[in-house]
Design a protein around this ligand. Structure first.
Ligand code: F0G
Length: 454
């Protein structure tokens, strides 16, 4: 069959409150054109993030009822631990309330002034936690990964030559090598198993820990299965196990490929490091058998991990994204290609060349998309990255707009509606105007700054 259907039926629904274009034009003006300021019930299709926004299954809701809220030694923890270890064979698994809490604990131990940490591309919270510790974060993704139109099948790969040179140059200043699968900040692009193994080998050759940021591990494994010849007959579970078998630890946001609304973990093989991490955990998150989660979250997550590696689900998941990318491409809208795992990325700089990067073409697209169709997306360009530590402003490397697709939440007709809105937007693209920031906080301005239409 040509159509890849959603491999689930719907048992429980959340109504979408319909709004008119006039209403939306008023609402976005009232929040000074910052989409983070909107109430989510004024949004028709919310593509701000795929993090914690997925739909849980009937089996996960049943698992919620099984959750045991004992402070210490809850059976929910042991079910969670077994489910993680079934896929990621690490010795010590430390539950946290979300991914960044795992990062904060890890870098409170491995970070610090004088240290430098390479990654294909650090996600912003990873970079934030590294920099807050006094260390520096560096991105060593392959060159193909920085070109929105390059069709390389694994644009998230680490540049192995650069990594080797980096480790030779920085020596003792490097506590660990990280790899983010899939590479979110680089467009949700996958990393091949060959590259994961080679990165591990180089890290180990230099005596460094190899840590995977595994947020979207199942999507990454599906790309490996479908794009890496040697892996095509293997199960997703086996591919996942092999990816993590070469690592010394991982950080995880279970809000992505854990099918959870909240949760995460830090895993480590080194006993001494794990014991130190547990100390941090008790101080900041909670007792080691719940960390930052409730028993019911741990049980929902344990169940979610058995569902996320289902190949029918992953085929539908990856296809939805590719479908939107293909249709936008056919409309002549510049999109990051090939389609990534969790999101569609629009290249706003290429689409709106008449808007200067510092008049934020990505913001112009994101606001217009909300006004036209009530779709909430996110600018990833000069609004997010343009403000420099010295207060000056310079254009970001790319002006992207991300439409992150929540898991199992929207249907095919929502995807068609998104494409229709883009069709309308495409017709008025040459007339779109840029924006000016009128008010901003000192840090991470994109969440709260105010804009004015030029
Ligand atoms: N690493 C990656 C690759 C991520 O994408 C995220 C979160 C984190 C770490 C942090 O995890 O949110 O659970 O603390 N990404 C979300 C996003 C927020 O929208 O891409 P967290």
């Amino acid at each position: 069959m040509k159509t890849i259907i959603e491999p689930f039926r719907i048992k429980s629904v959340e109504p979408i409150r319909m709004t008119t274009r006039a209403e939306r034009e008023r609402l976005i003006g009232e929040v000074n054109y910052n989409l983070f300021g909107l109430h989510s019930d004024d949004v028709l299709i919310d593509l701000l993030t795929d993090s914690g926004t997925g739909a849980m299954s009937a089996a996960q809701w049943a698992a919620v009822m099984r959750g045991d809220e004992s402070y210490a030694g809850s059976p929910s923890f042991y079910r969670f631990e077994a489910a993680v270890r079934n896929l990621m064979p690490f010795k010590r698994i430390i539950p946290t309330h979300q991914g960044r809490a795992a990062e904060a604990i890890l870098f409170s131990m491995l970070g610090g002034k004088g240290h430098v940490i390479p990654n294909n591309t650090h996600f912003d919270t990873t970079r934030g936690n590294i920099e807050a510790s006094g260390a520096l974060a560096h991105d060593l993704v392959i060159e193909e990964g920085k070109d929105p139109q390059n069709l390389h099948p694994f644009k998230g790969n680490m540049d192995l030559d650069k990594l080797r040179a980096y480790l030779a140059e920085h020596g003792d200043a490097v506590p660990c090598v990280m790899l983010t699968i899939t590479n979110n900040a680089g467009g949700g692009q996958p990393v091949s198993i060959e590259n994961i193994r080679a990165t591990a080998e180089i890290a180990h050759e230099f005596g460094k820990l190899f840590i995977i940021d595994g947020c979207r591990f199942a999507e990454n494994a599906y790309f490996i299965k479908t794009r890496e010849e040697s892996q095509k007959d293997r199960s997703i579970e086996d591919i996942v196990r092999d990816c993590f078998a070469v690592a010394d630890g991982m950080t995880m946001s279970a809000k992505k490929d854990g099918f959870a609304n909240i949760g995460g973990w830090l895993a480590l093989n080194d006993d001494a490091l794990a014991t130190e991490a547990r100390g941090h955990l008790i101080r900041t998150e909670g007792f080691p058998t719940y960390g930052g989660m409730s028993g019911r979250d741990l049980d929902a997550l344990a169940q979610g991990l058995s569902e996320i590696v289902d190949e029918d689900y992953l085929r539908y998941r990856i296809r939805t994204n590719a479908y939107i990318v293909e249709r936008l491409d056919a409309l002549g809208i510049p999109v990051v290609k090939p389609a990534g795992g969790h999101a569609v990325f629009i290249d706003a700089r290429a689409w709106l060349p008449h808007i200067d990067p510092l008049a934020y073409p990505g913001q112009a697209v994101a606001v217009a998309l909300y006004e036209i169709g009530g779709i909430r997306s996110c600018e990833i360009g000069s609004v997010m990255f343009g403000r420099q530590p010295d207060g000056s402003e310079k254009p970001a490397a790319m002006e992207l707009v991300r439409l992150a697709i929540p898991r199992r939440t929207y249907t095919q007709s929502h995807a068609d509606y998104i494409v229709e809105c883009f069709e309308e937007l495409s017709a008025m693209a040459p007339t779109l105007k840029g924006y000016r920031v009128t008010q901003e906080p000192a840090l991470m301005r994109h969440f709260t700054c105010h804009f004015e239409k030029l």
